[in-house]
Design a protein around this ligand. Structure first.
Ligand code: PLP
Ligand code: COI
Length: 341
């Protein structure tokens, strides 16, 4: 019997009844992956010497399944998550993780958890899927593991940030990722460095942190779990270039919507915090969890700068279009929506 899921009660946290849901798991041993299986949600047993626990060989993804306005279960560009997972795996020397294996597992798991997809007209609630792949071989020397676990679990979720749709960010001269490092992969090792700055940001009354470039400590890279955009006084929309940041699927979708649907001039270039606090009329962040969230204020060098000359108009317009496409309320001109059932 399906549980009633009240969208208004959902936050971005693990569902308390996750144990009633299904998960997917597949093991890599003796040089090959098994066929994978859908099983009951369960805890994982690991050796204390497992690679992931000592040396952090692990990658993950984040994606969502929705009930669309047409009554279908849909996902948004799952092939892009599959491609990114494959690339992240290559970067961390995880063998044989193909986009095909990933996509089939995700679709099978969504079908197995259909009762846990919350219904929501505005896209604020959905079934979040978390694919993870970790090195599980017990070892002591630092090297790639010879055994892996690829698993996916799901959770009905609500908005990522407490104050729906608007956040206060603080720019800190802290670098998440270095050039030629792992910043462009969705690797677990990119996140520990964000724990302390985020805790401090919250204690200072902000919701999250803007991380800066590792060369000059002045150009914006991204927020803790989302990419950054600024609408400047001259009407151009600027977002930091790819390189050390995560190539967000929402980022790329927003760039295309802005350029191709609204004919906005979008430029991927270095963007200093100074320029943003002086010349931006609107800022927002994008991500699967964050969707499109407006930034009301940016803390920088001891001052808090209000960035809202445009009354969040562009973020709202892009949000409505993106969610409209994702929920099949509108045409899907880019063929982004995948019908699962
Ligand atoms: N940047 C970071 C560090 C993230 O963790 C995420 C979330 O996945 C994003 C950006 C946004 O990426 P996407 O739009 O693919 O979810
Ligand atoms: C997502 O947006 O799906 C993410 O993975 C962000 C996460 C780190 C909360």
């Amino acid at each position: 019997m399906a549980r009633h899921i009240d969208c208004n009660q959902l936050t971005f946290s693990l569902y308390p009844f996750a144990h009633e849901m299904k998960m997917y798991e597949s093991y890599y041993r003796d040089g090959q992956w098994d066929g994978g299986a859908i099983v009951n949600f369960h805890e994982i047993r690991l050796s204390p010497a497992a690679n992931i626990l000592n040396y952090g060989q692990g990658i993950f993804e984040g994606m969502k399944a929705y009930y669309s306005q047409k009554g279908h279960v849909v996902m948004f560009r799952p092939e892009e998550n599959a491609r990114r997972f494959e690339k992240s795996a290559e970067k961390l020397a995880i063998p044989g993780m193909t986009a095909n294996k990933f996509e089939k597992a995700v679709v099978d798991l969504v079908k197995a958890n259909i009762d846990f997809i919350p219904k929501s007209d505005d896209g604020r609630c959905s079934l979040y899927l978390r694919p993870v792949c970790i090195g599980i071989e017990a070892l002591l020397g630092v090297r790639a593991a010879k055994e892996y676990l690829f698993y996916i679990f799901g959770s009905p979720v609500g908005p990522y940030f407490d104050k729906v749709g608007i956040v206060k960010l603080i720019a800190k001269d802290i670098n998440r990722a270095s050039p030629h490092g792992t910043g462009d992969a969705k690797a677990v090792c990119n996140y520990p460095v964000t724990m302390r700055p985020k805790k401090e940001a919250i204690a200072q009354g902000f919701n999250d942190v803007i991380y800066l470039d590792p060369h000059h400590n002045k150009y914006i890279e991204e927020a803790g779990a989302a990419n950054f955009f600024a609408l400047m006084d001259d009407g151009s929309l600027i977002t930091p270039p790819l390189g050390t940041i995560l190539p967000g699927i929402t980022r790329e979708s927003v760039i295309r919507i802005a350029r191709e649907i609204y004919q906005i001039k979008v430029i991927e270039r270095d963007l200093s915090v100074e320029e943003v606090v002086q010349k931006a009329k609107e800022c927002f962040v994008t991500g699967t969890a964050a969707i499109i969230t407006s930034v009301s204020d940016i803390g920088w060098k001891g001052k808090t700068h209000n960035i809202n000359k445009n009354e969040y108009q562009l973020a709202n317009q892009l949000y409505d279009k993106l969610i409209g496409i994702q929920l099949q309320k509108e045409n899907d001109p880019f063929n982004w929506v995948r019908i699962i059932s």
